[in-house]
Every structure is written in C-alpha cells, then in structure tokens.
Design a binder for this molecule. Structure first.
Ligand code: SF4
Length: 311
C-alpha cells in the first residue's frame, strides 16, 4: 500500500502457462530483467534503481524466478549486503521445481518470505517443504469467479498445513490475458481493470474463513490498489529521492517548464530561478507561470525522466 517495495522482475520465462497470466507481451517468455519499470543490465543498475526508489524491500517475481535461480540468489545476496539484513525480500514462485536444496540456498542467501502461487499439487508439496524453513510462507492466488469451492478447499488445506497467510488477488485483465479470459466467458468489470465476479468470490471466501473459524489470515487485494496506491506511491518515493530543483511533485509525477533560452530568461540563471543546460532553460512551474512561459512538461520520475504530457 505504501509503495515501499520495488518489484524485481527476474525473468519472463515460465513453463506453467496459466490462461490468466497478466505478463505483458514485451516481457512474456523473454529472459529479461526489470526493476519496477526499468530494464536493468547489471546488479549495479538493479541496486541503483532500488536505492532511487527508496525501497525498504523487494518482491522478486516473473515469470518463474526459480528458472533463473543463480540470478535470484545473487540478487538477494547483493540487496542484503547493500541495504542490510532488515531489507525485506519476498519471492514469488509456482513452487514447481522447488527442492530442499533450492530452499536451503534461498534461505542461505537471506530470503525472508516465499509466496507460492498454487497451480498444481506440486505447488502444495512446495508449500509443505518450505514450511520447514525459517521463512514466512504465504500463498497468493487470483480469485477466479465460479471458483469459490476450489478456493475454499485450497484455503482449508493450507490451514491444515500450517500456512498463516493467504492473499487473494482480484483477477486482473491485461493486454495479454484479455482474449483467453473472454473465450472462457469472463467479462471485464466496470473498472476496466478486473474480471467481473472476482471481488465477490474473494469476499465469499473471506466470510467463509471467518465463519469456519480457520486459524489463518486471508487478505483480499483489489486490482485498484496497485494503480491507485502502490504504483503512484512508489513513484512518489522515487520523485522525492531524485527530484531536480526546478521540479514540482505531483501524485507519482513531476512537472517542470522547459523552453529555448533567450537573453531576458538567462538573467535569472545567476539568482537560481532558471537553470540552463545547453541552449535549453528549465524552471519551476510556479516561476514559469509568473513569467508566462509556455511548455510545461509532465513526466514519470524515472531516470531519465519519461515525458507523458506537454502543454
Ligand atoms: S505461473 Fe505466473 S508467470 Fe507462470 S504462467 Fe502462471 S501467472 Fe504467468
């Protein structure tokens, strides 16, 4: 909710093939690494992006991160080395392919939490295996409409295994999964972000868990939370850490005024109201408005800035 974690996308490779997989075509089935929205080429890039986002932890996701285990181990180790042992690392996996040896190596590298997306009985075996290690074990699955009985059975099994937390995500609609979801008869909800009926199924399971008195917590994560809170708040943290003096902060955006320099404007450079780079002058939008300068640029606070609008 506070956007205090960076998302490390470790690889787009995955052998499972869920019909609801929301990964974008630019990443799907490609062995690429991103931190938040930024493609990274090295561990140094990765650490810099996490630092620029003032993150207090990361979630390592994919694809299936266990397919690039050595990369994941290196990432965990370097993040713990640079940001300290309290820097929280959780790792998403379908659990397919998880073994005692792999689990031991992940824990040795400093993993704090394993989040298993249950796709088969093999995932449940992975949950059972991980529960023997000193990490939090969480199950995170999408709430699929018409799947309430299966979800209840799953939660009940997890409760008897000793799992403490389950996250149910509202089933998101993306560019990639829209066709398959439509073929299965699902419809897009009025928000345009999620599948109709997903929220209701999640709430039904929550109510059932409470009534059944199961000893585990179930959290429901609406798709809106990512767009309305997590993502802009993460951008806000990045904007605060990397703000240039002439930028105004918005909710997840930065703004400035950018014009071709001219003599009168350059007179304001020595007093710190205007900043000159090459032949371009930059100033804060408030200064720009008082000087009646045009061309406000609105951008995502990435490095370099990614312009979204000009007006
Ligand atoms: S396990 Fe995850 S990454 Fe793999 S296909 Fe399913 S949703 Fe996509």
């Amino acid at each position: 909710m506070s956007g205090a974690k960076s998302v490390v996308f470790a690889t787009g490779l995955c052998s499972v093939g869920c019909y609801y997989c929301p990964i974008s075509p630019q990443r799907k089935s490609r062995d690429v690494v991103y931190v938040n929205d930024v493609a990274v080429e090295s561990l140094r890039d990765l650490v810099e992006e996490v630092a620029a986002s003032m993150s207090e932890g990361v979630g390592i996701t994919g694809g299936e991160p266990l397919l690039v285990l050595d990369r994941v181990l290196e990432v965990i180790k370097v993040l713990k080395d640079v940001f300290g042992s309290r820097f929280h690392v959780h790792l998403y996996t379908s659990g397919v392919g998880l073994t005692e040896e792999i689990m031991g190596r992940l824990v040795g590298a400093g993993l704090d939490e394993l989040r298993v997306h249950v796709v088969s009985d093999r995932s449940l075996e992975a949950v059972e295996l991980a529960l023997d290690y000193p990490v939090d074990v969480v199950v995170e699955n999408p709430a699929i409409p018409s799947d309430s009985e299966r979800l209840k059975n799953l939660v009940s099994t997890l409760s008897s295994l000793g799992v403490k937390y389950v996250n149910l995500n509202e089933l998101e609609v993306s560019e990639l999964n829209f066709d398959l979801l439509s073929l299965k008869g699902f419809r897009v909800s009025s928000s345009g972000r999620s599948v109709e009926g997903s929220r209701e199924v999640a709430l039904e399971v929550l109510k059932w868990v409470e009534e059944a008195g199961l000893g585990l917590s179930v959290h429901y994560c609406p798709a809106l939370y990512k767009d309305a809170y997590q993502y802009p708040r993460r951008l806000l943290r990045r904007a605060l850490a990397t703000r240039r003096v002439f930028e105004e902060l918005g909710y997840g955006l930065v703004k400035w005024v950018e014009v071709e320099c001219y003599e009168e404007l350059e007179k304001l450079v020595p007093v710190g109201l205007v900043f000159k780079f090459g032949s371009t002058c930059f100033t804060h939008p408030r200064v720009g408005a008082s000087l009646e300068l045009g061309r406000v640029v609105e951008a995502l606070p990435l490095t370099p800035r990614k312009a979204l609008n000009e007006y």
